[in-house]
Ligand binder design. Sequence first.
Ligand code: F6R
Length: 612
Amino acid sequence: MCGIIGFVGREQAAPILLDGLARMEYRGYDSAGIAVRSETAGLQVRKAKGRLQVLDELTHGGADLEGVLGIGHTRWATHGEPNDINAHPHVSENGRIALVHNGIIENYMEIKEHLIKQGVTFVSDTDSEVVAQLLEFHYNECHNMLEAVGRCLRRIEGSYALGIICADYPNALIAARKDSPLILGYGKNGNFIASDVTAVIKYTRDVAYMNDGEIAVITADSIDVFDSELIPVDKDHHQVDWDVSAAEKGGYPHFMFKEIMEQPEAIAKTVSPRLRDGRVVLDDITLTAEYIQAVSRIFIIACGSSYHVGMVSKYNWERLMRRPVEVCLASEFRYSDPLVDEHSLVIVISQSGETLDTMAAMREAKRRGARTLAIVNVVGSSIAREADDVLYTWAGPEIAVATTKAYSTQLVLMDLVGLYLGDLLGAVSPEEYAAIVEGIQALPENMRKVLANVETVQYFAAQYFNHNSIFFIGRNLDYAMGMEGSLKLKEISYIHSEAYASGELKHGTISLIESGTLVVALGTYAALFDKAMSNVVEVKARGAEVLAVTTEEFRERMEKVADGTLVVPAVHPVLQPSLGVVPLQLFAYYVALQRGCDIDKPRNLAKSVTVE
Ligand code: F6R
């Protein structure tokens, strides 16, 4: 996720900015930049793709940029590939306003087109540059920076944390926030803004948290905060009491836990720019109703957890489109002489966008004439560049080897695409369409409810961490979700685990169930809950211990039979796996923790599998 720092004070800004950016490196980034206002040279901007070290060397540790007012940014690409030009800070056309931005400006295209008509020239592909150019536009109208910021914020839609400097204001930094975190730091030798306390903790522990809609004017000796109507607001100060080492992962003990907890925010980022007035809007792709009508076969190709997203999506897409959908392991697909041709639509799912098997399968599909749509997290990655169309998940950088937030954002994005295509095919009723859109909008909030129950999951993990073989059982969507739960557990805790379609147990595997075997029984799919219950009774009768996951509606019935029950809110069936998977991720996490495993870097595994 991107990082912001800003400083104004009685010390040179550039070294402080570089140090603050280095402290946010744990968030992941693909490029970085700083802008400093100098008495003699005006705004000086330095940006570099790649590691911070490149920027550090480029500026000689900041020594090249003289000035006590500046902003810095580490970027994780969303709009436009990672390169020097798309990196922040972005500067307005006359070179007098520079800004850094976290978040997504949803109506940037519309504003950009308007400004281009007014003669403004853009240099980057980003939504953020639009804010810099719009600010200059309004500043030219009113010649007052605060007023210009207010006017600009009234025009932009989406999420933002902004740090702004202007050559005409030698002593002030302006900040604004909506749906993207930003803190104010009160230091001895100057004041700060930052997207993350980690960036400023070395200089001050005295901070205030900006609220949505607030604008702040920061000078070396004061911080004045205003609401969106520019009426002054009093801020409460907070003392940060954690130490620098705890801050490396934003205060979380592991990246995996941090990324699990980030899921509601990540889903909101994936979804909100793609829902307008109750409709799914996929501006980035070019699939038309005529094209999708003519498609004869739909394939989903992926590896590992991304393949599990495909498994859930098969059920959901067939329901929404009434078309057969085939899910293929990328490593198998390319050697199977696949029945893919120019009438096939191939969906490729990959967090990294670099998985070799997935890449090779996509190339094979393209070679045979198929049209490809990639669902990718890493902007500008190989798969994203080679696919005919790409939709980004915008989950932010995922650092833990075991995927969590990328899985969740892939899943919800596949739901959006399924709904969009189902609608183009006329296969979804207006009622179902509306119910799913409503459910997607409520997903972040429902996920927060699930995450509020971490302690219950921790309790059960402490009960069961000693098992050395665990089965996940479920039917339909619960089965597909169980595949992911089982993979999460085995990859980080090293416990042998299998996911089975419950109905298959009696065809062989039930012989492995004996006294004390742990079975994680998934019963969140309401339509098949009675069947799920029969399977729980079946394994209990053979001595299994059962940890169940179900919805509030079925809690009472499940609690009568299972040894432990984890409950998630009931939502539209298409969306139920998005909630049901969360306790499974947490269960894997806490079991691995109990067993003393290296959670973020499990043995033998790499984050991106670029070999066969
Ligand atoms: C499991 C996991 C892997 C990946 C798989 C595909 O937690 O992360 O199974 O899902 O290696 O990777 P991507 O999605 O980058 O193609």
